[in-house]
Design a binder for this molecule. Sequence first.
Ligand SMILES: [Zn+2]
Ligand SMILES: [Zn+2]
Length: 251
Amino acid sequence: MKEQLHTIPVNEAFDAGDECPFCYLQRQAEQRIIRYVAGPGASYMEPEVRLATDKAGFCREHMKKLHDYGNTLGAALILQTHYARLLEQFRKDAADFTPPGKKSLLGKRKEGESSDLPRRIRQQSCSCYVCDKIDYNMDRYYHTFCVLTKEAEFRTKVESGKGFCLRHFGELLAAAEERLPNGQYEWFYTTVFPLMERQLVRVKEDLDWLIAKYDYRNASLPWKNSQDALKRAMQKVEGLYPADPAYQMEK
Ligand SMILES: [Zn+2]
Ligand SMILES: [Zn+2]
């Protein structure tokens, strides 16, 4: 298989034996982005990077990861200007705020008389610099997957793998529908659906056995593959690594 720069990480992820190669790629991308944002390269001191983080901010999950990464001064500087921007926006919103129309006796407001502010505040707290960059990277990985399915060797790798988590399977299916030519798309749905089912069943059986092991009658029986079944089952459903330690900068 001819390896090109963008196909290497995708091939590596499929060789890693993970419950989902796209979880594996996403974790790599996330750590790379956090390291880029708050790490030793100090890109947070570059005006264009800071402008972008000021504007997008961070979702709850990545705010926490930014904290846990452990560069206190770097994260504080990133937060300082983002915070100032939010404070300025808040002052403007508070000054411009006009209370919506009064509720009728039935407790309803007339159409168009609700305030727009709650929606905008919610939007801001979901917006995230790290998520945006992850999405961009993941889109390229799905694209690379679609390109690689031309190669028999890669298709065999997929077929002998552990399938995908449901979250990434949904994304992959959408990408395959959009990007794969008919022949490869046929391979995709005739292969990947049964593969997904087999692999989901495998993890379910591991989870079932983990639970059965808590029955004292099974105490002397082997654990088989069930000891880490909880975290793998969570990954299969939601595409995360619940047992991962916090990703931290090298001390
Ligand atoms: Zn996944
Ligand atoms: Zn995020």
